[in-house]
Design a protein around this ligand. Structure first.
Ligand code: ATP
Ligand code: MG
Length: 560
């Protein structure tokens, strides 16, 4: 790749930083941060922001802070604080000793508030929240000045101190920035900086009964941490003039804000509020339900950190919001697992097959390749015996033209083992097929006929007496529609939930080596997809999740 190409393939964020480095802005420093609010678990959209913030810092020899933007005591919880850290580490990023909390800055922010009052740039307003809202005007009409706008500096300081001391009830007063009630940008019409809230905070406990708004906290927190590039999503373009106003009025370090597009995916929702609703209403089993777009859900589903990082690289960073096809995420994990996951044989919908000419009571070990994509993965022994499980769908009594698998009289190959031919179909009293009688050709050991004759199908199988049983959970999209957020006001977005997103197979038959797997282990079940061991597994009951099919079966379904 030439230098020219390298530059052109860089996204606009990296181009900005590269130029900053070239001209020596920020003394050659790159310092970013990832600023989650601990009011939910991280999802794959956050992963894009994490990859970008930590990624650019790594590339330019800089640093990244993890800072919890915890200004909203009612919705925040230490459960989320812990889970967020675990998820970022799992994704492969490290903030070293730079773990911060906006709540650590409550003292500094309060000093900033007094400073703004001293400079006649903030005032205590005693209107109700409703009055404040209606006084803001509309985009085409100016708002009206609060009757409290001209309080003296002394009165404002006194009131703010008494607010802080707990002398007032929630809602009695707020602190507002004194900007301009006729400002064309609504957000600049004397926005609220502090509210009275007599509630406990997950870190500061009862130390405070006034809390700064997110808008009064975010930019100053970045400034206090001497962040150089405040990278955030596009919707914050709207807040930038206000952040600029606070930083300029306070005359403190002013990071450069850069906005990029959010990641959205088809067939799922990415709003924490909605994800929480799914959890609370029991539509999923928890934040880590394998159908959730959360990082803990994807991890439980079997997604690898690399597959998520690769998706984030692949979708890239732009200035335009768009929705990425879920297939991209699925392809990303297929690509990764194809290289790394060992192959195994498992039968999900079993039918019993008896090899009538195989000596009763005897068995043998068949050598099977662990991973054809990885020369170092070696082989394993798989037991073969007179009774096998085959996939019910791999047999048809009366096959149509294009069905090449097992049928009466027909010969197929059993993977790594022998050719078998079906001779007899056994039924129960109700006429259901319960067993197939076949013969094998001992000359075809290893799966090839010395006389060169061919078969049209190779089937996976599991020796019945050796099989390990497991519950296998098969997942489909959480929502039945591509954009579940797109609903009329009268409709409930949850009406788009896919009623068949989870299907449980209670007793699939697995080759014995799969019985030793541990939680999180990932395999390719030949011909069926990628699977991983679920944490619900116990000594008595193994549970596997299907991560993804081998190919994009969804796309094939749609084309029909
Ligand atoms: P909310 O503010 O509604 O609670 P949020 O998803 O913005 O939800 P934050 O915890 O504020 O949650 O997000 C932390 C960081 O992750 C922010 O910088 C935000 O811009 C970024 N982020 C959130 N969602 C996405 C997304 N879908 N794609 C890319 N970045 C995202
Ligand atoms: Mg946010």
């Amino acid at each position: 790749m030439s230098d020219q190409e390298t530059v052109e393939s860089r996204d606009f964020v990296r181009q900005i930083i590269e130029e900053d480095m070239r001209i020596g802005k920020w003394d050659g420093r790159v310092h970013t941060r990832f600023p989650p609010e601990p009011n939910g678990y991280l999802h794959i959209g956050h992963a894009k922001s994490i990859c970008l913030n930590f990624g650019v810092a790594e590339e330019f020899g800089g640093k990244t802070n993890l800072r919890f933007d915890d200004t909203n005591p009612e919705k925040e919880d230490t459960e989320y604080v812990d889970a967020i850290q675990e998820d970022i580490r799992w994704l492969g990023f490290d903030w070293e000793d730079r773990l911060y909390f906006a709540s650590d800055y409550f003292g500094r922010l309060y000093e900033f508030a007094e400073q703004l009052i001293q400079n006649d740039r903030a005032y205590v307003c005693s209107l109700s929240l409703d009055e404040i809202r209606s006084g803001r005007g509309t985009p085409s009409e100016a708002g009206t000045d609060s009757p409290w706008r001209d309080r003296s500096v002394e009165e404002n300081l006194d009131l703010l101190r008494r607010m802080k001391a707990g002398e007032f009830e929630d809602g009695e007063h707020v602190l507002r920035a004194k900007i301009n009630m006729a400002h064309p940008h609504m957000l600049m019409r004397d926005p609220i900086m502090y509210r009275i809230r007599h509630v406990e905070h997950h870190r500061t406990g009862r130390d405070w009964c006034i809390y700064p708004t997110y808008d009064f906290t975010h930019g100053q927190s970045d400034s206090l941490e001497r962040v150089t590039h405040s990278i955030c999503t596009l919707e914050f373009e709207n807040n930038r003039p206000l952040y600029d106003w606070y930083l300029e009025s306070l005359n403190i370090h002013h990071p450069q804000q850069i906005e990029f597009n959010r990641l959205n995916l088809t067939y799922t929702v990415m709003s924490k509020r909605r994800l929480l609703e799914l959890v609370n209403d029991g539509h999923v089993t928890g934040w880590d339900d394998p159908r959730m777009p959360t990082l803990c859900g994807l991890r439980r589903r079997g997604y690898t950190p690399a597959s998520i990082r690769n998706l984030c690289t692949h979708v890239g960073v732009t200035k335009h919001n768009a929705t990425a096809d879920m297939v991209l995420l699925e392809n990303s994990v297929r690509e990764d697992l194809n290289r790394t996951a060992e192959r195994r044989m498992a039968v999900l919908n079993p039918i019993r097959v008896v090899i009538t000419n195989y000596p009763d009571g005897s068995e043998e070990e068949i050598q099977a390749v662990n991973n054809p994509e990885d020369d170092t993965a070696g082989t394993r022994a798989v037991p073969f015996s007179r009774e096998l499980w085959l996939e019910r769908d791999d047999f048809m009594e009366d096959p149509p033209k294009k069905f090449f698998r097992l049928a009466p009289g027909r010969e197929v190959r059993l993977r790594y083992a022998y050719f078998i031919r079906c001779h007899e179909v056994i039924r129960d009293a109700n006429g259901n097929i319960i067993e197939l009688h076949c013969t094998y050709d001992p000359e075809t050991q290893g799966g090839n006929a010395p006389d060169g004759r061919k078969v049209k199908a190779t089937l996976h199988w599991v020796s019945a007496p050796h099989a390990v049983e497991a519950e296998v959970r098969i997942y489909d999209h959480l929502f039945a529609t591509e954009d579940p957020n797109n609903v009329d006001e009268s409709e409930d977005w949850k009406s788009n939930l896919n009623p068949d997103s989870r299907h449980v197979i209670p007793n699939a038959k697995l080759e014995p080596s799969l019985g030793k797997a541990r939680v999180g282990d990932r395999y390719q079940f030949e011909r069926l997809g990628y699977f991983c061991v679920d944490p619900d597994s116990t000594d008595e009951q193994l549970v596997y999740n299907r991560t993804v099919t081998l190919r994009d079966s969804w796309a094939r379904r749609k084309k029909k």
